[in-house]
Design a protein around this ligand. Structure first.
Ligand SMILES: C[S@@+](CC[C@H](N)C(=O)[O-])C[C@H]1O[C@@H](n2cnc3c(N)ncnc32)[C@H](O)[C@@H]1O
Ligand SMILES: Nc1nc2[nH]cc(C(=O)O)c2c(=O)[nH]1
Ligand code: SF4
Ligand SMILES: [Mg+2]
Length: 223
């Protein structure tokens, strides 16, 4: 399995249940969903002209549309070469569920790593049984993709980006259609740190006993 990778870096997980956990991020290039407020729009297109060497991809200092091809083994080797110490690996993108992560999971889990995937839930998941699935539902997005029933059933965590009441209403409709198990953590993530979005998310989280996810890395100005 060859993966088209936009970036690999070690940082602190800034979102969801694992907020605060030292983590290695593996970001896949490519996403067709088209959320207008997406904070990683440079990962949307897979432009052949933007393919670079693994070394160049690893040495990026700012976000760019450049990507490199790596095998599962090359990703593991890269963790070693970079001297990363984190044992939690976050697979994100782009939309990571467009490819099969089981070859990478097999190698990493044998070495004691735990995997988490951040996904829109619009593609069938190809992950190991142990992978923690963070589903960030995408409702009414320009690409016209729908959140899948099998993704809702597999999610360990549902983390919904919100700015307006209509986003809460859309989440309510989704949860009514696919009621999650009692142990699934539901959180609201304010879009782009907007004060009114944060106010709304806090208020609804308190009313519903949901969690607030604030993209800690953006407040800390880290990757
Ligand atoms: C960039 S996406 C990549 C993974 C996958 N495509 C997805 O949407 O879950 C990672 C997370 O960032 C969230 N996100 C993207 N842009 C955001 C923004 N401007 N404000 C808050 N959350 C955002 C997404 O909803 C998702 O939970
Ligand atoms: N620190 C940090 N935490 C994150 N959690 C989810 C991220 C993502 O882009 O998927 C992300 C990210 O880009 N940085
Ligand atoms: S699905 Fe994820 S990566 Fe794709 S546009 Fe939406 S937030 Fe961005
Ligand atoms: Mg991000």
């Amino acid at each position: 399995m060859i993966y088209r990778i936009n970036e690999i870096f070690q940082t602190i997980q800034g979102e969801g249940v694992f907020t605060g956990s030292p983590s290695i991020f593996v970001r896949l290039q490519g996403c067709p969903v088209g959320c207008p407020w997406c904070d990683t729009q440079h990962t949307w297109d897979i432009d052949p002209a933007q393919q670079v060497s693994v070394e160049r991809m690893l040495s990026k200092s700012t976000a760019s549309a450049e990507w490199a091809e790596l095998s599962a083994q090359a990703i593991v080797d890269c963790f070693q070469q970079q001297g990363y110490s984190a044992k939690h690996v976050v697979i994100t993108g782009g939309e990571p569920a467009m490819v099969d992560w089981r070859p990478l999971a097999e190698l990493l889990e044998a070495r004691g790593y735990q995997l988490q995937i951040e996904t829109s839930g619009t593609f069938a998941l190809q992950v190991s049984a142990q992978t923690w699935v963070t589903l960030s539902p995408k409702l009414d997005m320009p690409g016209g993709y729908l959140v899948r029933a099998d993704c809702m059933a597999r999610a360990n965590e549902i983390k919904h980006p919100v700015a307006m009441q209509k986003h809460i209403d859309a989440l309510d409709a989704l949860l009514a259609q696919y009621p999650p198990a009692a142990n699934v953590v539901i959180s609201l993530q304010p879009i782009s740190q907007r004060p009114r979005a944060t106010e709304l998310a806090m208020q609804v989280c308190i009313e519903r006993n949901w969690r607030l996810s604030v993209q800690l890395h953006k407040y800390l100005h880290i990757e």
